[in-house]
Design a protein around this ligand. Structure first.
Ligand code: NAP
Length: 245
C-alpha cells in the first residue's frame, strides 16, 4: 500500500491514541497522524521519548498532543479504565487506536523458551492490548467512524523457526483482530491489522543484528497504509490483514 496518497487534512479533528509512540514505527505514526490534522494521544513507557515526540509535533505547528506514560507490562484494568475516563472527559470520543507497542523477547529454539520472558511478551503484546481495547471501546463507539489497527508481523501469519513467544503473540494479535472485527461488523467501529514488513527500527536491529539498516524502509516510508486505515477512505474495510510494504 505504499502508493496510497492521503489528503492533507485526512485526519482533521480526529483524536487518535498510539501505543509505543516514543520510538520507531509508533513515533512516525504519531507524527504523521498529527501532520494530517489529528490530535494524538502518545502512550508509551519512556516519558523522555514521548516528550521528544510531543516537541516535534508542537514545533511543526500540528495539533497539540497529549502524553500518557504507561508501562503495558505492569498496567492494570483499572489504569486503562481511568485513562478511558480521562479521554472521555477531555475529548468526548476517540476516533482511532493504533496498537503498535510490542516486545520482541528472546529468539531461539523452542526448548529454550524462558517462561517468565514468554509471559512478559504475552502480557505486553496480547493481554495489555485486550485490556486497552476493552476499556476504550465505549469511547471509540462515541465516534462517528472509529478505526482500530493491530500491528502484526510476517511471523504472525506464518510460523518460523526460532521466533518463539513473539510469533505466538502475533498470531494471537491476528486472532484478536478477527474476533473483534467480527463483533464490530455493521457498527461504526472497524478493526484491521498491519504487518509493517522489514523496517529500520531498534526492534528490527535487535532481531537482525547483521543486517544493513540502510537497506530497509524507514518508519516514515511505510506510513501510507497507516493513514489509509485511520482515515475515511477505509471506512468500509473491516477484519482485513494489510501489508505496509
Ligand atoms: P521499537 O522500535 O522497539 O519500538 C517499540 C515501541 O514500543 C517503543 O516506543 C517502546 O517504548 C514501546 N514499548 C515496548 N514495551 C512497552 C511497554 N511495556 N509499555 C509501553 N510501551 C512499550 O519497535 P518497532 O520496530 O517500531 O515496532 C513497532 C511495531 O511493529 C511492533 O508491534 C512490532 O512487533 C511491529 N513490527 C515491526 C517490524 C520492523 O521491522 N520494525 C516488523 C514487523 C512488525 P520504549 O522505547 O519506551 O521502551
Amino acid at each position: 500500500m505504499l502508493e496510497y496518497q492521503a489528503a492533507k487534512d485526512l485526519l482533521k479533528g480526529k483524536t487518535i491514541l498510539v501505543t509505543g509512540a516514543g520510538a520507531g514505527i509508533g513515533r512516525a505514526a504519531a507524527i504523521e497522524f498529527a501532520k494530517h490534522g489529528a490530535t494524538v494521544i502518545l502512550l508509551g513507557k519512556t516519558v523522555k521519548k514521548l516528550e521528544a515526540v510531543y516537541d516535534v509535533i508542537e514545533l511543526a505547528g500540528y495539533p497539540t498532543p497529549a502524553i500518557v506514560p504507561l508501562d503495558l507490562k505492569g498496567a492494570t484494568e483499572q489504569n486503562y479504565r481511568d485513562m478511558a475516563d480521562t479521554i472521555s472527559e477531555q475529548f468526548g470520543h476517540l476516533d482511532g487506536l493504533l496498537h503498535n507497542a510490542s516486545l520482541l523477547g528472546a529468539l531461539g529454539p523452542f526448548e529454550h523458551i524462558d517462561i517468565p520472558s514468554l509471559e512478559d511478551v504475552l502480557k505486553v503484546n496480547v493481554t495489555a492490548q485486550v485490556m486497552l481495547t476493552k476499556a476504550l471501546l465505549p469511547v471509540l463507539r462515541q465516534a462517528p467512524n472509529a478505526s482500530i489497527i493491530f500491528t502484526s508481523s510476517s511471523v504472525g501469519r506464518q510460523g518460523r523457526a526460532y521466533w518463539g513467544p513473539y510469533a505466538f503473540s502475533k498470531f494471537a494479535t491476528e486472532g484478536m483482530m478477527q474476533v473483534l472485527a467480527h463483533e464490530c461488523d455493521g457498527t461504526s467501529v472497524r478493526v484491521n491489522s498491519i504487518n509493517p514488513g522489514a523496517t529500520r527500527t531498534e526492534m528490527r536491529a535487535k532481531a537482525y543484528p547483521a543486517e544493513n539498516p540502510f537497506d530497509l524502509k524507514t518508519p516514515e516510508e511505510i506510513m501510507p497504509t497507516y493513514l489509509y486505515l485511520m482515515g475515511q477512505d477505509s471506512s468500509e474495510i473491516n477484519g482485513q490483514q494489510f501489508n505496509a510494504q
